[in-house]
Design a protein around this ligand. Structure first.
Ligand code: C5P
Length: 303
């Protein structure tokens, strides 16, 4: 097989607790990741002598900095074929700097496609280790399950039985929030307003349904990000007024999401909010399974 195609889904955090700062500068997290059906699309072709990236739908800056390219280089290095070539075509739908994990999901999709194309030289733990070195959210997207609790930097995962599929509204305020500065702002806020950070109270028998999710729905970044970005505050307020339960910031933002009881309510709310807020609001659904790579024949590498 010379080429593989894969959808790279976005994620939301159904809760996100930021715990103590570690000696390596990262914070311990307790979070619940849920993959959603807003996806980037990747076509990965084996051939040539370099890693080439073409992007449609967004300007992601220099290819060398792109996580998808870095994932391909890390894979080739790890299998001992650093001179092999790969072409990555990426159709971008998940916005960058949104807390939706788009870049991490693209990197995981590249690793999964390459492992398929090269005949699975790397087993799951090695792929997860490569992924974790690229970014804290990458291991989640490597596919143990579309609902997973993440501890550590988010890379220590416990897949959970999927919850019934739910309809969401994703609101995309017109600002990008950089992750590092958001953690720094939260640390400053906590110095000025000391509260004990704590992990989520996890139900002993696991999550039994969306009620358990709604009861734990907190994102610690809401202490600082909405105050710094009025469009985020307006998005959260609009989702809550429209009856979302829960309505939360995703990651360190700027995307916000709300869970709705049915598709009609979610679609109508997305249309209303796009008009009233003046920025993107989309209907989306939670995923019950991660997409799988699909082999593509007749794709000759170019360039
Ligand atoms: O994971 P990523 O490299 O995107 O994180 C960017 C920065 O955000 C880190 O350098 C660190 O300052 C901060 N961060 C953190 N704790 C985490 C994740 C990120 O403090 N769990």
């Amino acid at each position: 097989m010379g080429a593989a195609r894969l959808s790279a889904p976005a994620k939301v955090n159904l809760f996100l607790r930021v715990l103590e700062r570690r000696s390596d500068g990262y914070h311990e997290l307790d979070t619940l990741f849920q993959a959603v059906d807003l996806c980037d699309e990747l076509l990965v072709t084996r051939g040539g002598s370099d890693v080439l990236l073409s992007v449609e739908g967004a300007d992601l800056g220099p290819a060398e900095d792109n996580l998808a390219v870095r994932a391909a280089r890390a894979f080739l290095q790890r299998i001992g074929s650093p001179r092999d070539g790969v072409r990555i075509r990426l159709r971008k739908r998940v916005p960058a700097g949104a807390g939706l994990g788009g870049g991490s999901s693209d990197a995981a999709a590249v690793l999964r496609c390459l492992n398929t194309l090269w005949g699975r030289p790397l087993d799951r733990p090695v792929l997860a280790e490569l992924g974790a070195a690229l970014g804290s959210d990458v291991p989640f997207f490597l596919g143990d399950g579309p609902l997973a609790r993440g501890r550590g930097r988010g890379e220590l995962l416990q897949a959970q039985p999927p919850l019934p599929v739910r309809d969401l509204v994703l609101v995309l305020p017109p600002v990008e929030v950089a992750t590092g500065p958001a953690y720094a702002a939260l640390a400053r806020h906590r110095e000025a307003n000391p509260v004990e950070a704590h992990a989520a109270a996890w139900p002993p028998g696991g999550l039994s349904g969306w009620n358990d999710v709604a009861e734990r729905a907190v994102n610690d970044f809401e202490a600082v990000v909405p105050a710094a970005h009025p469009s985020v505050a307006a998005s959260l307020e609009a989702l809550r007024r429209a009856g979302a339960s829960p309505a939360l910031l995703s990651g360190s933002g700027a995307a916000c999401f709300g869970v709705f009881p049915d598709e009609a309510r979610a679609r109508a709310t997305a249309a209303d909010l796009a008009l009233s807020l003046g920025w993107a609001a989309l209907h989306a659904r939670t995923l019950a399974a991660f997409p799988e790579p699909e082999g593509v024949t007749g794709q000759a590498p170019r360039g």
